[in-house]
Design a protein around this ligand. Structure first.
Ligand code: G3D
Length: 187
């Protein structure tokens, strides 16, 4: 076993013992990652946020867990940054703009490369958020699972797809409750 994987195992167990978790928030640009993080932190929609450039590191306190979120930029030129964060990560959130049908194939490809087929994340829970459900065109979770082929690709994995809106907050608490439950269950 490599030094890095020994280190990341040690880090994950230490964070769990302290009720801390490093959670990656991934997704294409404009999916709503920044808005979601701010919503969970403040309990309300924050207008005028700057889209993620590079990366934002933030802390969320939810149900007694200190969750360090690494909101990694979605833009093509920053995708290399994602790899740096995988070791020591306790869970991954992948945010999808469920109302942007045109970019769904792109989101599916990125999800495949960085989550579904990523060996470094195969033992961590994956929360997939079908965001922007306040928009009429938004695809809902059951259809999203089919379109992303998750029912087949993620059969051995701990994952869930939740509908949510980072704008109204609908579904956000339910999704994070599922995530924290998974963190507690693997403590
Ligand atoms: P990113 O961090 O993934 O790049 P942002 O994305 O959080 O910056 O969000 C991109 C745009 O989508 C923002 O609009 C933001 O307000 C909007 N958005 C985020 N979540 C939702 C949602 O649930 N519903 C709707 N309707 N819009 C959402 P602007 O206009 O600032 O570009």
């Amino acid at each position: 076993m490599s030094l890095m994987s020994n280190f990341s195992r040690w880090l994950v167990s230490k964070l769990r013992a302290e009720k801390k978790a490093k959670i990656l928030i991934l997704g294409l640009d404009a999916a709503g990652k920044t808005t979601l993080t701010k919503f969970v932190n403040t309990g309300s929609f924050q207008a005028g946020l700057t889209p993620t450039i590079g990366q934002n590191i933030d802390t969320i306190n939810f149900e007694g867990w200190d969750i360090t979120t690494v909101d990694v930029a979605g833009q093509q030129q920053f995708r290399f940054l994602w790899d740096i964060h995988y070791p020591g990560c306790s869970a991954v959130i992948f945010v999808i703009d469920a109302a942007d049908i045109e970019r769904l194939p792109e989101a599916r490809d990125i999800l495949r490369v960085h989550v579904v087929n990523n060996m470094l994340l195969e033992n961590v829970p994956a929360l997939i958020l079908a965001n922007k459900q306040d928009l009429p065109a938004a695809i809902q979770a059951p259809m999203m699972i089919q379109l992303l082929n998750l029912h087949l690709d993620m059969v051995d994995r701990t994952f869930a797809v939740f509908d949510c809106s980072a704008l109204t907050g609908k579904g956000v608490v339910e999704a994070f409750t599922w995530l924290v439950y998974q963190l507690e269950a693997t403590k």
